[in-house]
Design a protein around this ligand. Structure first.
Ligand code: GTP
Ligand code: MG
Length: 251
């Protein structure tokens, strides 16, 4: 069994991509299931096979601990680590080839609180990989591309999972896809583009960050649309490579 964690800022397309991956693997005769780790989500574009909301209820936490919705979400996220054994059992009982893990809209609940890291580390399977989604609405300037790349790198650092970075919803930004992918493939181009930044302080900050981390920054964006399925073949190929490497490393 392989686990694929999907992360990204709120609304970047995580849940939609989770449902598409299940379909794609099914079309290759592989059994993929979804695991929803967002305790606060109301509507999902798929029916989760395993759902953290069965273990932690935001409404119950709000009334039991007299918390508002944000406090309850944080506590619910912290409680997920305590239910890992039960979630693992539910997944193991289904015995899938792939488990697609959909993480909370408020990314910090999974990525920066201890429970997410524990979950990513302790969940038992043959190999794990993660997908980080770059929301096209947030990468609308060279500085913003750099700042989301830093966020992606921070998630990689935090969770320690092999990661593929994806520019999502490319059907919405057709005219800008080549430019953004070009920056990610060649950071020197991004450095040149940063020179257009008018605020000299931000320009200096951007350039020095880029120079300092250019060898370790993770970008290498794949362009994908969950609406038109463009880029999905490249994405599943990149995942297959990472999962195979992860499996070999385990042996
Ligand atoms: N055009 C287009 N819209 C998309 C695509 N992927 C997702 N969307 C839309 O973007 C919105 C957010 O998608 P979700 O999949 O719910 O995003 P999410 O990251 O799970 O959102 P949160 O869990 O709230 O953070 C929805 O209206 C989706 O229909 C895509 O590839 N193309
Ligand atoms: Mg979602």
């Amino acid at each position: 069994m392989y686990a694929i964690f999907i992360l990204g800022t709120a609304g970047s397309g995580k849940s939609t991509l989770a449902s598409r991956l299940v379909e794609l693997y099914a079309s290759k005769n592989a059994y993929a299931i979804t695991l929803n780790l967002d305790p606060g989500v109301i509507d999902l574009p798929y029916e989760p096979d395993v759902d953290v909301r069965e273990y932690v209820s935001i409404d119950e936490i709000m009334s039991k601990y007299r918390l508002g919705p944000n406090g309850a979400l944080i506590l619910a996220s912290d409680l997920i680590a305590d239910r890992l054994d039960e979630i693992q059992r539910d997944v193991d009982e289904l015995n899938p080839d792939y488990v697609i893990v959909d993480t909370p809209g408020q990314m910090e609940l999974f990525a920066y609180r201890a429970s997410g890291m524990i979950f990513a580390k302790e969940f038992r399977c043959d190999a794990k990989a993660s997908i980080f989604l770059f929301d096209p609405m947030l990468v609308n300037s060279p500085l913003n591309i750099l700042s989301i790349a830093l966020l992606a790198t921070s998630i990689r650092l935090r969770l320690g999972l092999a990661q593929v970075n994806v520019l999502s919803k490319i059907d919405l930004i057709r005219d800008r896809v080549a430019e953004i992918i070009g920056y990610s493939a060649d950071l020197t181009r991004l450095e040149y583009a940063l020179q257009r930044e008018k605020d000299s302080e931000l320009y200096m900050l951007g350039i020095s960050l880029l120079k300092g981390i250019r060898h370790s920054i993770s970008m290498g964006l794949l362009a994908v649309s969950s609406l038109t399925y463009e880029g999905m073949v490249n994405l599943t190929a990149a995942l297959a490579r990472m999962l195979k490497e992860g499996e070999d490393a385990e042996q």
